[in-house]
Design a protein around this ligand. Structure first.
Ligand code: ADP
Length: 539
């Protein structure tokens, strides 16, 4: 029953806060993955677009070359041969396009006009040119099957050059052979060829196009698929296999275009992002759960406190009622002059005195407590002898002790110097401790009070041979309102404020209160005072 408000709060927190937050976390987790996929697909598309543009660019250039050669053939200008025997226009074409190493026109299967740019400005030797023309004739006749197929397609309007690798002995070249169909009626189109050096072509055309589209965001490479040779790479030391996208270069299909994000890959970014998100979610959940636990702890503490306060009110009412009833009863009896003997009368007076002292003490405790709580309690510290304070307190208590048959043992060192204390507060502490000793000693009624010096401190020790305090309770008894809820406590009265006041008073004096106790053997409370201090203190 007692726990039910706590359970309600717990339940409310779980339903109203924990469930939504955990659901949100789960949602975020899955959403993050979804977002990652979306971003990845957008990036993928971007990479594809770049590769496509590079390919398209190469294709456009090739088409412009084809168009130029077609013009040369169409205008029939090749009839004009220069004195060295090669067509002037092919030379012009080759020189105008630096990435082209050479070009030829294969008029008939056995007649090829070739121009090759061996070295800028240096004309190829005639003999070598004839040799090359023959080699090309040979290569073309070797590839006749492919070339026939290409011609058929060209007639349908689709031109895709046939690639023939060719080694001149000096250079490794790729020959792009394509048909130029002059009249549909002619069965045999003229074949033409453009020779390019793959490496030069890649660095001059492919890489340049790529650089023009890139702001250092992407890394790019071109690799020969057959021999694995990397012809170009923006990041030299990167492994080509780490590239994310790969696409063949349309005009030289043995080459692969490769692309990825600079320095990292999409997968890594996505992994990093997911990890960061997860860590963030985890940390915020941890903070959140810690907050909830802290809240629950506070709530539970507050509830315990409120339970203790309720018990406190009940205890105090009871505490007030008993002495008041006694005082009233004895006072009435005395007033009616019903008491015959002086002894009896004195006894009544003393009871009234002692009960009103107890009442005063209880009320003092409550008032002090409330002043401390509202931070209004002030202490005046002045030099005073602790021995004197103890003796004064005992004078006040003597009757009480005698009445209850308590044996008192005093062991007070007499040569101790005065120390700065608030006499009233210390008296109140002593009264609380002696009262506790009396209340908690149902059988062996014995109290020892000692005063001695120890390690630069003056110590008051109050020992009883009462019920003792279990180890587990020895810290808690100094908390406000705390009372041990078992055994004798049901029979003893109290507010649960006494020891918390003692603790507070000792802190104000720069000292401390501690207890040594064994159940059924008794307890000793120690008040330790430092030997300096005087002045005014506010709590
Ligand atoms: P109370 O008004 O209940 O005495 P205190 O703060 O003075 O409140 O003490 C708190 C609890 O510590 C008491 O309820 C009692 O159970 C225990 N206690 C205090 N002094 C002694 C003692 N000398 N022997 C055994 N138990 C004690």
């Amino acid at each position: 029953m007692e726990n039910s408000p706590f359970k309600k709060i717990l339940f409310t927190i779980i339903i109203a806060v924990l469930v939504p937050v955990l659901s949100y976390t789960a949602f975020q987790f899955f959403q993050t993955n979804k977002n990652e996929e979306l971003i990845k697909s957008i990036y993928d598309r971007q990479l594809n677009t770049i590769l496509f543009s590079v390919n398209q660019h190469c294709w456009d250039i090739l088409n412009s070359w084809i168009a130029e050669i077609r013009t040369i053939i169409d205008t029939g200008v090749l009839q004009r041969q220069n004195p060295s025997g090669y067509p002037e226009e092919l030379a012009t074409f080759t020189r105008n396009n630096p990435t082209v190493s050479g070009a030829f026109i294969n008029w008939t299967p056995s007649h090829t006009s070739l121009y090759m740019d061996f070295q800028s400005g240096v004309q190829p030797p005639r003999v070598l040119r004839f040799r090359y023309e023959n080699e090309i004739n040979h290569l073309i006749s070797e590839s006749s099957q492919h070339i026939d197929r290409m011609i058929r397609r060209a007639k349908e309007g689709y031109i895709k050059p046939h690639i023939i690798p060719w080694s001149t002995g000096r250079q490794e070249l790729m020959i792009l052979v394509f048909p130029v169909i002059r009249h549909k009626s002619l069965t045999m189109p003229v074949l033409a060829g453009i020779m390019i050096d793959s490496e030069e072509y890649v660095s001059e055309v492919v890489a340049r196009k790529f650089s023009s589209m890139n702001d250092d965001i992407f890394s790019f490479a071109v690799q020969d698929r057959e021999n694995g040779q990397v012809l170009y790479a923006t990041e030299q030391d990167e492994e080509v296999k780490d590239y994310e996208k790969s696409e063949e270069l349309w005009i030289l299909p043995n080459l692969d275009l490769k692309i990825k994000l600079s320095g990292t890959t999409l997968k890594e970014i996505s992994r990093d992002k997911t990890t960061t998100n997860l860590i963030f979610l985890l940390v915020s959940n941890l903070v959140f759960i810690t907050g909830i636990l802290y809240l629950l702890r506070n709530v539970s503490q507050e509830m315990t406190l409120s339970r203790m306060k309720t018990a406190f009110v009940a205890n105090v009412s009871h505490e007030l009622r008993t002495p008041l009833a006694l005082i009233r009863m004895y006072a009435e009896t005395l007033e009616m002059n019903r008491v015959r003997s002086d002894d009896k009368r004195n006894q009544y007076y003393r009871t009234i005195m002692s009960e009103s002292t107890r009442l005063t003490q209880l009320i003092n405790n409550i008032l002090d407590f409330s002043k401390i709580e509202s931070r209004k309690k002030e202490y005046q510290l002045a030099p005073e002898s602790l021995r004197h304070l103890i003796e004064q307190t005992l004078e006040m208590y003597q009757f009480h002790l005698d009445q209850k048959d308590f044996q008192l043992a005093l062991d007070l060192q007499s040569d101790l110097p005065d120390i700065g204390v608030d006499s009233e507060a210390i008296t109140q502490s002593l009264v609380n401790l002696i009262d506790n000793a009396i209340k908690n000693s149902p059988n062996e009624k014995f109290i020892r009070i000692q005063l001695y010096r120890e390690n630069g401190h003056q110590v008051i020790a109050i020992t009883d041979k009462g019920v003792g305090i279990p180890e587990s309770e020895q810290k808690k008894i100094f908390e406000k309102f705390y009372r041990i809820e078992s055994g004798l406590v049901h029979n003893t009265k109290g507010s649960g404020l006494g020891l918390s006041l003692v603790k507070h008073i000792m802190q104000i004096h720069g000292g401390s209160v501690s207890v040594k106790s064994k159940v059924d053997h008794g307890s000793t409370f120690y008040l330790k005072f430092p030997t300096k201090k005087s002045g005014q203190y506010r709590n």
